[in-house]
Design a protein around this ligand. Structure first.
Ligand code: ATP
Ligand code: MG
Length: 409
């Protein structure tokens, strides 16, 4: 991608927001705030989100099947489950008389999708032979959060991967539940958060008398507190941590949550299957979320320095920032163009800064944007290129073949 033809605008002197991710993602031109808690994913931000969601999708495909449910639903579904009083539920209706004259209905803007997925499953899977199965989606959710804050970490409109599983009995649900834990662990490892993300016991809400599990990433901007038992290493959400124990406490952000729903929703919709003896039995369900936009915010909170973001390679918007200097020198421009083509041909994702601006401005953009490697082509570099990683201070002068080797490694 040539910078000159990419829709990207950085501003390292832009204002500071309430959190590191809000500030750096806006300075770097990754996101644009429409209003509190609502953001546009600008092209370079979308590249990161797409990479995060591709990793989530790859791991989910090993345990479920993707589909896409609507963002709107009729109120009647929420009446069936008695969840019309959820405190973050939003509604959409005609915005003016003319619109309401056409259609006066009001709709729920879905904050989660149990109300949708349960009747869908009920329509097609009703024999014991059909179980277990699981479906997931990656979609936009709407929640009327009291306070939208910390950039992508708490939005009123945000992206979530939500997976729903269906089982003949509780044992089968619990077996699958453990598979989800493994898949989630792999996802958080792949995006670079493995070490600091703790499986945390949390309240089961009104779904189960047991626990649910949160994936909590230790992070100062997080809104939760987790208590890690110094003896057993078990992590508890502070809300349910047993008293009289010794804990190590951390601020953390909930990047994922897995819930045994048991029969709460199948009961509400009277979703039963015929068992081996021809008797109807209620279906057991589980629900499993990962906030993909929150995850992007948390990654920035964890990986940055005073110059900007430091994206883990697995989700970086590009692998290389190619800074072409001396744009008034035809030979150097030709050489930079050739290197750009060579990198692309080798399958390396390059952001080629082909603008006619000062070297310092290019270098500060490379740091702000957090691209893992910077390659410089200038009059001075001759037949070679200067390469360094985002976290190194020292550059090395290498020939193009060695450079490609290093970037691919
Ligand atoms: P929280 O406790 O942070 O409000 P929650 O328990 O209500 O979250 P779930 O309903 O379990 O969240 O949603 C699944 C995942 O979606 C969460 O683990 C989180 O990663 C993400 N998420 C929830 N609310 C938001 C939000 N307002 N903005 C961004 N991501 C969110
Ligand atoms: Mg939660």
């Amino acid at each position: 991608m040539r910078y000159s033809s990419f829709f990207l605008h950085t501003n390292k002197d832009a204002k500071e927001f309430d959190s590191i991710n809000a500030t750096l993602l806006q300075k770097g031109g990754f996101i644009d705030q429409t209003m509190s808690g609502v953001y546009t994913m600008l092209p370079i931000g979308l590249r990161v989100l797409n990479k995060i969601e591709a990793i989530v999708r790859e791991e989910m495909d090993t345990i479920g099947t993707e589909m896409l449910m609507p963002a709107l639903s009729p109120r009647s579904l929420w009446e069936t489950t008695k969840r019309t009083e959820i405190d973050v539920l939003l509604e959409a209706r005609g915005a003016n008389d003319a619109s309401r004259k056409r259609n006066d209905a009001s709709y729920i803007l879905n904050c989660t999708h149990e109300e949708l997925v349960t009747p869908i499953a009920q329509k097609s899977k009703s024999s014991y032979k059909d179980f277990p199965f699981a479906v997931y989606q990656i979609q936009t959710k709407f929640r009327n959060e009291e306070r939208a804050k910390s950039g992508l970490m708490r939005g009123r409109e945000f992206r979530m991967k939500d997976l729903y599983s269906f089982h003949k009995d509780e044992d089968d649900l619990l077996t699958y539940y453990e598979q989800v834990k493994k898949a989630y662990t792999t996802i958080f490892e792949r995006v670079g958060l493995g070490e600091d993300t703790k499986i945390t016991l949390a309240s089961g809400g009104d779904f189960t008398t047991g626990f649910s599990h949160e994936f909590q990433t230790i992070c100062d901007a997080g809104e939760d507190i987790i208590c890690i038992d110094t003896e057993t290493g078990i992590a508890y959400n502070e809300e349910i941590a047993p008293e009289g124990k010794t804990y190590e406490k951390h601020k953390a952000s909930e990047v994922g949550n897995i819930f045994p729903l048991n029969i709460k929703f199948s009961n509400a919709f009277n979703y039963t299957y015929m068992d081996e003896n021809g008797k109807p039995q209620l279906v057991y369900m589980g629900s499993y979320g990962i906030g993909t936009t929150r995850l992007m915010g948390v990654i920035v909170e964890k990986f940055h320095d005073d110059k900007g973001i430091i994206w883990p390679k697995s989700i970086a918007p590009f692998t290389v920032y190619l800074a072409g200097l001396n744009r008034d020198d035809e030979d150097t421009v030709r050489k930079a163009d050739e290197i750009y083509t060579a990198l692309k041909t080798s399958g390396i994702e390059v952001l080629y800064d082909d603008r006619d601006i000062a070297p310092g401005a290019k270098f500060s953009d490379a740091d702000l944007l957090g691209i893992p490697y910077r390659v410089v082509v200038s009059k001075k570099t001759g037949d070679q290129v200067e390469v360094k990683s985002r976290t190194e201070a020292e550059t090395s002068l290498v020939d193009i073949a060695a450079c490609i080797e290093r970037l691919k490694g």
